[in-house]
Design a protein around this ligand. Structure first.
Ligand code: G3P
Ligand code: CA
Length: 256
């Protein structure tokens, strides 16, 4: 896999650029998505939260404190209030004009140049209508063919599937995974592969990936991704073990 893939999108394993491109620009901003696009990843991953007036915006945390000059919960602010915040200076002074983007802005920006993975962190019990609002945005831009939704929360994925069965869904897992026929479990959940046939891929933490779990998932027809992998030697090893894709903060990781 050491061929040159600097100028084209590759498919033999999939590179997902994480939080836009979190090592190259402030995460989950227009600059981070543009920084990713330059390197032609197969996919770009972003996180979303929702404002008090139900605008879906890019933000990893439920609070503003870490990645903006604001404080408090995203859900207690209107979108207008968020537009005044600096979402870049925490990363570098070069990004002091960065603002919190809406999901719509990012969908228009990517416009099918690569796949977009939206991570829904909190479902509609925390953010009213968030799954419906996201599904409606995807439909508005006719983006079903290149937008994927992933989540740690299988109830979120179930609701999205009920709202629009054409949207591709991936399940995120953290921690050590055990498996037995049809069941994948960790310390948080016991997940029946057979009961969620609409989930196309499983994205597991790289530290807990091994040949057995990769083989188990793949033999059940699932694509396997590992997150968040920023070390080229680990990436090589996991690709040799058969993972289909890596999620990385640096889309140039395997370029060199
Ligand atoms: O790609 C998986 C990853 O995005 C989940 O973790 O915290 O970076 O959103 P986090
Ligand atoms: Ca994420």
């Amino acid at each position: 896999f050491f061929q040159d893939f600097s100028n084209e999108t590759r498919r033999d394993f999939l590179i997902t650029s994480h939080r836009g491109a979190a090592q190259l620009a402030p995460e989950n901003t227009v600059s981070s998505v543009n920084a990713a696009l330059i390197h032609h990843p197969n996919r770009i991953e972003i996180d979303v939260q929702q404002t008090k007036d139900e605008v879906v915006v890019l933000m990893h945390d439920t609070t503003l404190d870490r990645t903006t000059n604001g404080t408090g919960l995203v859900k207690e602010n209107s979108f207008l209030e968020l537009t005044k915040l600096d979402a870049g200076s925490w990363f570098s002074d070069d990004f002091s004009n960065e603002r919190i983007p809406t999901l719509e802005t990012i969908i228009k920006l990517i416009d099918g140049q690569c796949e977009l993975i939206i991570e829904i962190k909190k479902g509609n019990d925390y953010y009213p209508n968030i799954e419906k609002n996201i599904v409606n945005i995807i439909a508005k831009y006719k983006a079903e063919s290149w937008v994927i939704i992933h989540s740690f929360d299988s109830e979120v994925l179930k609701r999205v599937h009920q709202l629009n069965p054409n949207i591709t869904l991936h399940k995120l897992f953290v921690g050590k995974l055990k498996f037995m026929p049809f069941i994948v479990s960790n310390q948080f959940e016991s997940f029946n592969i057979d009961k969620q046939p609409y989930i196309k891929a499983y994205s597991i933490n790289y530290a807990f990936a091994n040949r057995d779990i990769i083989n188990f998932l793949k033999s059940n027809g699932k694509e396997v991704n590992v997150w968040n992998l920023n070390n080229v030697d680990y990436a090589r090893e996991l690709i040799s073990l058969g993972v289909d894709g890596i999620i990385t903060d640096n889309p140039t990781l395997l370029k060199d």
